[in-house]
Design a protein. Structure first.
Length: 247
């Protein structure tokens, strides 16, 4: 059994996996929690895994805490996903491959292996990333834009009279109060950007990619999206599983 860990900017998702089969999954949030206590609660009762592999975009402190906990609990050193020039059938388009986020790399690998054709991967997290992979597994490039929570935070902190909007609600097109206008407007902005970028990528390359969404905010955006898409909450973890078997 391997322990697979996706350390994002907001939360940690994890899975115990036998090869590509997940036998147990979970998640916990960064905010307001002690990382050691959270890891102990999530993994303290697990049998020792054969390997721990993580994709981390939350910075060096989180990686250090993971390494210390895993060493203390199981006498193992975690392996970390690093974007490479090529791995698991995918070729990285970045001029400097290591600049590509580990979560983007893992998600692209998982999506391409699932579809075995042209695919556009949209990861809707703290930031929104959009990446195009062609039928041969060549990454053509991508885009990064603010996530909906980041947009709302910017409005609430950078303008004098607009509030910070929290929680979830039904989006409305013709909002009649400021909170609803900000909440709905940021959803429409993100969805419109995704649609335009995916359409322009298809036009520029002549490809007709399938659209795959993942990330914590994806389900908030899907009602506003017009193109057909599929959704996979565990795309990054599946990519880590593939890389664990490829290395």
């Amino acid at each position: 059994m391997n322990l697979l860990v996706d350390i994002g900017n907001t939360s940690v998702k994890w899975a115990c996996a036998n090869g590509l089969q997940f036998v147990q999954t979970g998640r916990f949030e960064h905010a307001g929690g002690d990382p050691d206590a959270q890891m102990e609660q999530a993994w303290g009762a697990l049998p020792a895994p054969g390997r721990v592999m993580a994709a981390n975009v939350a910075g060096g402190v989180r990686a250090t805490r993971l390494c210390a906990w895993v060493e203390r609990a199981w006498q193992l050193q975690p392996a970390f996903v690093r974007a490479a020039r090529q791995a698991a059938g995918i070729t990285n388009a970045y001029t400097e491959p290591a600049q590509l986020g580990a979560d983007r790399w893992a998600a692209m690998i998982a999506a391409w292996h699932a579809i075995r054709g042209a695919v556009c991967v949209v990861d809707c997290g703290t930031a929104i990333t959009i990446d195009l992979i062609d039928t041969a597994g060549q990454h053509r490039g991508g885009q990064i834009l603010p996530g909906v929570t980041m947009m709302r935070h910017a409005l609430g902190t950078r303008t004098a009279q607009l509030p910070r909007v929290h929680g979830q609600r039904e989006p409305v097109l013709l909002a009649r109060d400021t909170d609803a206008a900000i909440y709905s407007g940021t959803l429409y902005a993100a969805a419109a950007a995704i649609e335009r970028i995916v359409a322009d990528m298809a036009t520029a390359t002549g490809l007709r990619p399938e659209l795959v969404l993942t990330g914590g905010a994806a389900t908030l955006l899907t009602p506003q999206l017009l193109p057909a898409f599929s959704y996979d909450a565990d795309l990054v973890l599946k990519g880590i599983a593939l890389l664990a078997g490829d290395t």
